[in-house]
Design a protein around this ligand. Structure first.
Ligand code: DC
Length: 228
């Protein structure tokens, strides 16, 4: 069976990581969470005082960009891939609200995107990969054989994010999460460089009312259509 590249794009917290991860597992492909890479750069910037308020200090960050190395390592205990920043496992830390709050301005910096896109393309050079993000089907792998664009209703997205944060012990309100998602949507869709938009050849899946089983069946059918 021929190997293909699969791009999964969509807004924050609409379940695209779960979908991409499940699809990768079902078809035995590698899974890469490109958002984790932008989050790891954000953590690096926070730790190294590279923010002026909410905006990254781009001149300072430029001097650091080549010292930021992001890798993924399989975690035997969780059975998932963890994000490592310069060799340190930062998987838990990059999922916090503090990072979510600052990541979109980092993801809007052109030389950050350039560096990460290059790494993402290298990870996918042998195909057999499922990558999720915002610009995977449009910029990273415009030639991907299967492109999925995920959407869900706003209240569903907020509820999913709240559940995720509550499981990690973060005490935030519906309004706080809604505000964060709205702000990130705005920055992600209006930034100059690689804004989030649906690729012309992407298949849209609104998973607001889909069970995991149903969405997996839809993806598997799409995969088979492209590979058989
Ligand atoms: O998917 P996520 O919430 O972990 O993504 C974190 C941020 O990174 C999000 O605000 C958008 C940005 N991002 C991006 O610009 N391009 C990608 N390929 C992935 C994420």
């Amino acid at each position: 069976m021929k190997k293909i590249t699969i791009a999964v794009d969509g807004y924050s917290s609409c379940g695209k990581s779960t979908m991409a991860k499940d699809l990768a597992q079902m078809v035995k492909y590698n899974y890469i969470d490109s958002g984790a890479m932008y989050r790891a750069v954000t953590l690096y910037c926070l730790r190294n005082n590279l923010f002026d308020g909410d905006s990254p200090n781009e001149t300072a960050l430029k001097n650091h960009i080549n010292q930021i190395h992001i890798t993924f390592q399989y975690n035997e205990i969780s059975g998932k891939s963890d994000t490592h920043l310069n060799g340190e496992n930062v998987e838990k830390e990059i999922r916090s609200m503090a990072i979510a709050d600052k990541v979109s301005p980092i993801a809007a910096v052109d030389f950050v995107r350039e560096a990460l896109v290059k790494q993402q393309q290298a990870m996918g050079k042998n195909k057999g990969i499922v990558m999720d993000g915002r610009d995977i089907g449009t910029v990273v792998f415009p030639g991907a054989e299967l492109k999925i664009f995920v959407t869900a209703r706003p209240e569903i997205r907020v509820q999913r994010r709240l559940t995720e944060l509550a499981a990690k012990g973060e005490d935030v309100t519906f309004e706080e999460v809604l505000k964060n998602l709205t702000k990130r949507d705005l920055i992600d869709t209006t930034r100059k460089d690689a804004p989030l938009h649906q690729a012309a050849d992407a298949v849209v899946i609104d998973n607001s009312d889909l069970t995991i089983e149903k969405q997996n069946n839809i993806m598997l059918k799409l995969f088979k259509e492209k590979t058989e």
